[in-house]
Design a protein around this ligand. Structure first.
Ligand SMILES: Cc1cc2nc3c(=O)[nH]c(=O)nc-3n(C[C@H](O)[C@H](O)[C@H](O)COP(=O)(O)OP(=O)(O)OC[C@H]3O[C@@H](n4cnc5c(N)ncnc54)[C@H](O)[C@@H]3O)c2cc1C
Ligand code: FES
Length: 261
């Protein structure tokens, strides 16, 4: 993906499905005359509805799936922008800037990928699982507070992903944190790699576990963003050796050693 391929386009909302847990699945239909978007798992878009001035800025969302002129996005409602997006009716127009950012590394032969998703952080990892070749050695560890937070569990199972669920209240899968599931699997039984997305405390714990066991780890960050293209510096994260990195340009996927969480 080169910056020159990135474009601002007007898309149509094809469908808007309630997934429960305060989440919606938006399917966007891209204009037919556009060349196909070459989106990779871990990349994101800046998205805005046709709602007047407030909020002015688009919001960032990882791509959940892409193909045949369509993009799917998972939206968890947390504030005004996501509430407005969640309320858009099929057929309405949306402005989409993308695809943006650095994706997850591609699957590597002979290396097991452990995908660790917390709540609405499932989006880019679901996409990674969908895109991996059939028979790829990967497992998806998916955790939330309760079963209602695991809004893509049924889809992930239907897509044939090897799925392990856990919830803090024990209402789905095993009781505990997703990092408990990860700890059980980082057993040194072969080459492994961890790819994670979720709340920052979860990512910190994942990075610490991987660091202690010497396992390669990549994290997809959801820092607040204003522009998505390197202009505002609102998405800066500290680098361990000093200085800053932009989540939108240098991430959103970082190797764990590249950022201080
Ligand atoms: C690269 C990237 C990918 C993302 N992917 C997804 C995704 O797939 N699905 C999804 O639902 N969300 C995703 N997000 C988060 C999403 O962009 C925010 O939830 C959204 O911008 C909030 O907008 P709002 O107007 O509803 O909330 P605001 O009114 O702006 O804020 C409401 C509350 O949410 C907090 N908040 C705002 N932005 C963020 C953020 N980025 N992370 C955590 N808290 C925030 C604010 O501090 C405030 O407390 C992603 C963010 C980034 C940067
Ligand atoms: S969001 Fe503006 S520089 Fe990254």
């Amino acid at each position: 993906m080169t910056p020159s391929q990135t474009s601002f386009v007007t898309a149509r909302l094809g469908s808007n499905e309630d997934l429960g847990g305060g989440c919606r699945l938006l399917a966007l239909v891209l204009p037919e005359q556009l060349p196909a978007w070459d989106v990779e798992p871990g990349q994101f878009v800046m998205l805005r509805g046709d709602w007047g001035l407030h909020p002015l800025l688009p919001r960032a969302f990882s791509v959940l799936s892409a193909g045949s002129g369509r993009l799917e996005i998972l939206v968890k409602v947390v504030g005004r922008g996501t509430r407005l997006l969640a309320g858009q009716a099929p057929g309405s127009t949306m402005t989409v800037l993308g695809p943006l950012g650095r994706p997850f590394p591609a699957p590597a032969s002979g290396v097991k990928d452990l995908l660790v998703a917390g709540g609405s952080g499932i989006g880019p990892l679901f996409f990674y699982g969908l895109r991996a070749a059939p028979g790829s050695d990967l497992e998806l560890l998916y955790g939330g507070r309760s079963g209602g937070d695991l809004v893509l569990a049924a889809r992930a199972a239907a897509a044939g992903l090897r799925l392990h669920l856990c919830t803090e209240d024990g209402s789905a899968g095993s009781r505990g944190m997703v990092t408990d599931l990860l700890g059980e699997r980082l057993d040194g039984s072969g080459p492994m790699r961890v790819l994670a997305c979720g709340p920052t405390p979860m990512l910190r714990a994942v990075v610490e576990l991987c660091g202690a066991r010497g396992v390669e780890c990549w994290v997809s960050l959801e820092t607040e963003m204003a522009c998505g293209v390197g202009l505002c510096r609102g998405c800066s994260v500290a680098h361990p050796e000093g200085g800053w990195r932009c989540t939108c340009l240098d991430g959103a996927v970082f190797r764990a050693e590249e950022v201080l969480l």
